[in-house]
Write a new protein. Sequence first.
Length: 67
Amino acid sequence: MTDETANLILEMLRTIRSDQTAIGERMRTMEVRFGALESRFSAMEERMAGVELRLDRIERRLGLIEA
């Protein structure tokens, strides 16, 4: 293997390593953002459950549904 070939291979490997690092950073960012979305979705589910309970109570008091 000539020096030129070895240098070309090393340069390609450096490029691959750089790309992998960038992908890893993007994955970490996406994990953080996904975690935030999960938290928000969970909070929305809790709020919707509370709204549903309140709506049921209102409907019962108005006689719109059987108790």
